[in-house]
Design a protein around this ligand. Structure first.
Ligand code: ADP
Ligand code: GN1
Ligand code: MG
Length: 354
């Protein structure tokens, strides 16, 4: 790709001075585009292996960010191409341009509990701001992304096919899923019965997708909206805590540090409920801790299925990498499952004081 040539396809009025790689994202290729004025831009090559319908993806982003802006919420701002399209495409790939959100910092991990609270509030505010948006009108960018029941069927299929002859290496892990299989439909069935809201969700609620103001330290915007689609708030809440709990140990063989971090759990729950208390229903509140268990089990299934299938989805650097990752998530899921009564009590307390 010729970056300057690609930039010239978009509606930029100022003179472009140059560009440089930006951030440490794993999915897209991102550049900061500097101009002569104070208005800078972010050019991204969209990963079209992960996202095979860029048109749908950009429509979802455009519609939701437009809605957020109308509510006065700082968010990504799509800059269209000269022929008024949401993205530019040529034989080298698909590209989009955003306005650069300046004076911000992005973190790979949390430094303290204040930061946990702020991140939780940022994701809570995103959910709340979009709660009146008709989720069913959005495209499902990755079908069945958080459909744990479907993910379990995929695991059973992988076991049956045993393509890489690896089933013999993970019998204990498979046993975990067999024991827990009655739990995997809870959220999906709840959505189907109308007990759990089908909502607009982010689906990658990690700390490095939140931008903080460089001066005040306050959160400014939630970014990386590629996977914004219909889902349940429960999966986003659960996934955010799951990633905070595993932190740097997601790929580690050392399972001793993996488990519930109570101060992080309580602080995140308080921050999230400070925005979402009036939006979540009783059923959803009662399932908050369960959702962390379920999403951890779901990710464990995804890693294990990929291990059994011969490492075709997640990037791996050694042959047992996906198995090691699955074990971490199984350990976390088991730990949460054992402590559900305590965790539910903490949620009740947070709910009362929020
Ligand atoms: P990926 O899907 O690869 O994670 P992201 O959309 O999260 O890609 O972008 C990668 C990084 O680029 C972010 O973590 C952030 O540091 C930076 N970034 C992306 N968009 C913007 C923006 N509009 N303004 C400022 N920084 C941005
Ligand atoms: C993938 O690439 P990253 O880290 O943002 C995956 C998530 C998993 C995560 C686990 C599109 O996200 O669902 O939680 O790995 N994203 C996709 O590390 O599959
Ligand atoms: Mg990102």
């Amino acid at each position: 790709m010729e970056v300057l040539e690609t930039i010239s396809k978009f509606q930029i009025n100022d003179r472009v001075m140059g560009y440089a790689p930006l951030g440490a994202g794993h999915i897209n290729t991102t550049f900061l585009v500097k101009t002569k004025s104070t208005k800078w831009y972010v050019l991204q090559k969209i990963n079209d292996v992960v996202f095979n319908n860029v048109n749908h993806l950009m429509k979802n982003i455009y519609r939701t960010t437009d809605f957020l802006k109308s509510k006065g919420y700082e968010t990504l701002e799509v800059v269209k191409t000269k022929d008024n399209k949401l993205f530019y495409q040529d034989e080298s790939g698909s590209y989009r341009l955003y306005l650069y959100i300046d004076n911000v910092v992005c973190y790979e991990g949390v430094n303290d509990l204040d930061m946990v609270y702020d991140v939780a509030k940022a994701f809570g505010l995103l959910h709340k701001s979009l709660c009146e948006f008709d989720a069913s009108s959005l495209y499902e960018i990755i079908p069945n992304f958080h459909n744990t029941k479907y993910r379990y069927e995929q695991l059973l299929q992988a076991i049956k096919e045993n393509k890489s002859n690896r089933v013999k290496d993970c019998l204990e892990e498979i046993e975990f899923f067999k024991k827990h299989e009655d739990n995997f439909s809870t959220i999906v069935d709840g959505i189907e019965r109308g007990e759990i809201r089908l909502a607009v969700t982010h689906n990658d609620p990690k700390i490095n997708n939140v931008l903080f103001d460089r001066e005040s330290g306050n959160t400014r915007a939630v970014i990386d909206l590629d996977t914004v689609m219909p889902g349940s708030y429960l999966y986003d809440y659960g996934d955010a805590l799951r990633s905070l709990f595993t932190g740097e140990y997601e790929d580690s063989k050392d399972l001793s540090k993996v488990g519930v971090d109570y101060p992080v759990f309580e602080t995140y729950t308080k921050g999230y409920l400070s925005e979402m208390k009036g939006v979540l229903n009783e059923k959803e509140i009662s399932l908050l801790p369960f959702a962390i268990y379920l999403i951890s089990a779901e990710l464990a299934m995804r890693f294990l299925s990929d291990f059994i299938n011969g490492d075709v989805y997640f990037k791996t650097t050694y042959s047992e990498h996906n198995l090691v990752r699955a074990r971490t998530q199984i350990k976390l899921a088991s730990d949460i499952y054992e402590h559900l009564p305590q965790l539910n009590k903490i949620v009740e307390k947070c709910y009362k004081i929020s």
